[in-house]
Design a protein around this ligand. Sequence first.
Ligand code: DGJ
Length: 734
Amino acid sequence: MNNNLSIKYDSKDHLFHLSNDKVSYIIELVENKYLIHRYWGSKLKNYNFSNKPVPQKRTFAAVPNDDKPEFSLEIEPQEFSCPHQGDYRESSLEIKLQNGYSVSNFLYQKYEILDDIPTLVELPHIRNEKNISAKTLVIHLIDNINNIKLMLFYTILENNSSILRSTKIINQGKDWVYIDKALSASLDMNFDNQDSISLYGSHQKEFQINRQKISHGKYSIGSTRGASSPQYPPFLGLCSSNATEHSGEIYAMNLIYSGNHFGQIELDQYYHIRLSMGIHPDSFRWKLNPGDTFQTPEVVLTYSKDGFNGMSQEFHNLYTQNLINPNWRTKKRPLLINSWEMCYFDISEEKMLDIITSASELGFELIVLDDGWFGKRNNSRSSLGDWTVNTEKFPNGLQPLIQHAQKNNVSFGIWFEPEMISPNSQLIKEHPDWVVHVPDYEPMLGRHQLVLDLTQKDVQDYIIDVLKHYIKNYSISYIKWDMNRHITEPGSVTLPSEQSGEFFHRYILGLYRILNELTSSFPDILFENCSSGGGRFDPGMTYFMPQTWCSDNSDALDRQKIQYGASYLYPSSAITAHVSDVPNHQTNRIIPFSTRASVASSVNMGYEMNILNLSETEKTDIKQHLQWYKNNRDLILFGEFYRLISPFDSNSNHCSWMIVNKEKTSALIYFFTKSFDVCELSFSLKIPYLNPHYIYHDKCSDKYYSGEELAHAGLAINLKEGDYSAIEISLTVI
Ligand code: DGJ
């Protein structure tokens, strides 16, 4: 037990104080009723209300007590806010009673302190394992008029500046109610000219960084697509206006959820900011029967005083240690070759046997048979749902491939898109009611396919059975789980009309049930998450699947931005990248092999190129690259990843990042140049995050420098001629 980890209630000052070595989070209980946010930031030994403003009366503000006109919920920084109680900012919760009204007034009831991380039933969450000490403050609030209880959870962990928040709503009354909105957390702060920080994107352009000035009004991100989406992953934060990768304060939220989500920053008239996050309230309405409980997803609130790299280290450490499946946390990930860009749908037994032979010769460890192996799937118009082996392409089934792989000492994996169904499939004929749709409306197609209704237990069981069949009957060690369209006409035949607003959340609960069943029954299968690339790359999916194909765009220039953005949240082991052919299939760009190899080998690497017609030089290059990666794999997957130069800076012609082991004795520096500039003779790269007292050997130049010199004077990088170049520098303490 870490003694500096503590949650205390000071009954004299009415303060809850959560703290560890790094941070303090402080809540004041006012009048034994209201939870007022006082502080979150660097650890404080004591708090004596230094930042509490002198209460001021606003003539037109609504007040709970007319004798105290200076206390209005409109002005106070609250922990959680209810609508129609004088606080006109974004509310955290909305409950509609059967009389049609949505007023609620949750007041403090009691608190408890647990020596644990709470386990969220049915939802992925930061895992409660004994590898880390944690404490949880549970604050109970009650609305005595409608008999609803609200429980706010705050978890603090040792050695991490994150606070985990979630809520539970319990109907203690005699009548059902509707929950129209249930966010996971909201955080009120003073406006200090901070910027907002979020991620946006699209298919093939995921994880773009968006920093902008905050001005009066509301700025929101979110998804109503049924998936967390590449458009806006569930991440939103505030950063001080001078924040950089290396310095400045960041307050960020990341929701552990894979469905419709909502994040918002609101700046009000009193220069107060509210940061909110949770399930998207649009298309959400949950009927809560007497005695029932609704659990919101968990949100990770992370604080950094060391800029964006500081924030990322907190996320990376937390997700590596307590989110990713323990079985895969520090396990080497196999070097794979994927058939998709090599063959698309044009695959066959003969081709796959050849691929396996040459992959094994080159040094790959896993062969992945992507789309096109089942039903009558010769293009994207057919067979999803009909998960039987395509006998025209594989007349002898998959076994000969697997046996050949075993003989050649490589593992075998396959692709599925389990949540989808093709309109011409056998499955749809047998189960037309399994399709997501609403009565009378023709469901729209996306990539020529429909979505299976995962709210239905029969559908969930069908998917579980299909996957179990393949895992049990075929020696496969890896499954790529794809999902290639978003939801339209959200409806299920099994949901009564008063529960139709539950569809989206129930879909995600159904997905989580399937994934929980499969990953706990087969802990040794490596699952890779994919949704047309990184379309559903979120902490919820990362809980079940330790790695995600982060973009269908494998162009090494675009990938620099995508991987740079993804590294805001995820450790390198969770982000997969493939070396692919040129001209690139998405951008037509021609980038040298060394740069394609370098960008992909900064994270969890694989290949996705034609390896059947390689020249001898290409074979040698690939063999050497795979061997280099194997030698450095532990450092790359499990070292500390720091961003140095942003490809998002409009003036920058470069991008750079580094990976260093925990002991700071071994580091890899990656430096990329977009276009060669004849006048840029050399670049001086400052390399922080080393140990200033250690002497590092630079293998390329065979010179020795102190960590201090590299951090402050920098290292001269001699730029290569030609566009799209990459330079890797290896530094080791001898
Ligand atoms: C989309 C994925 O992102 C690709 O990698 C590939 O698996 C295709 N689907 C197959 O249809």
